[in-house]
Design a protein around this ligand. Structure first.
Ligand code: PEP
Length: 236
């Protein structure tokens, strides 16, 4: 079970260090079978080996080792921190940063060539959801264009865009329908759900038969709350 915290553009370097320290201490005291991952802002990356119970990851990277890519972070910079897992395809990067499927596929192939663990995010906007499940399925499969799903370090996060950061999670039945569809095709790829996950809805979500974890934004920003979420997943 993967339980992942996406900080987005939140926390400073100092508060990230405090958070990771607290989380690592908690996981030392309460060992878990969960694969716990934290994705801080790029400016707050810390050495991954300082927190042995947590996998530190990058929210973003440029598909190059280094070079003339102003403002971007390449593999050389992630290597310095021992970062070996990344998020790719997040809807905020697709929509706000205008990342195309073609560019996302390039990033994915680069991450794969580096042998990084990847949480690949997909999710439909509200107008597609309003057109029914067939439209949702078509939209989601199109987000796999150029993506090699046979990669053994791949996990997929289903994050309906209308549920991200809105406080309105998808209904358990809606999540189950999509995850079951993905499972039928992707077989052993772990499938996560993301979108307004909190302490009230997590247990039901991670109990779904095709669900292998959660990617959490707002509810994971507080270390104590994230620890509570890990315990819920642990005890489901
Ligand atoms: C996310 O952005 O990956 C996310 C799931 O955010 P939130 O939990 O805040 O909806």
């Amino acid at each position: 079970m993967i339980i992942a915290a996406n900080f987005k553009t939140n926390h400073t370097r100092e508060s990230t260090a405090n958070y990771l320290e607290a989380l690592n201490l908690f996981l030392d005291a309460y060992p878990t079978h969960c694969d716990v991952r934290v994705y801080p802002a790029a400016s707050s990356l810390l050495r991954a080996d300082l927190y042995p119970h947590v996998k530190l990851g990058a929210q973003n990277f440029y598909p190059a080792v280094n070079g003339a890519y102003t403002g971007e972070t390449g593999a050389q910079q992630l290597d310095e921190f021992g970062i070996k897992n990344v998020l790719t395809g997040h809807s905020e990067r697709r929509i706000i940063l205008k990342e195309t499927q073609d560019f996302i596929a390039k990033k994915y192939a680069f991450a794969r060539s580096n042998n990084w663990e990847i949480i690949y995010c997909i999710g439909e906007p509200k107008d597609v959801r309003d057109n029914g499940f067939k439209a949702v399925a078509e939209y989601l499969w199109a987000e796999f264009d150029g993506i090699d799903t046979d990669y053994e370090k791949l996990s997929v996060a289903y994050e309906p865009i209308w549920a991200i950061g809105t406080g309105i999670s998808a209904q358990t039945e809606e999540i189950a329908e999509v995850l079951d569809m993905l499972k039928a095709e992707l077989k052993s790829v772990p499938l996560l759900y993301g979108g307004s996950v909190n302490a009230e809805n997590l247990r039901q979500i991670v109990s779904l038969k095709s669900c292998g974890g959660a990617l959490i934004g707002n509810a994971a920003l507080d270390a104590a709350n994230f620890c509570k979420l890990i315990q819920i997943a642990q005890n489901k």
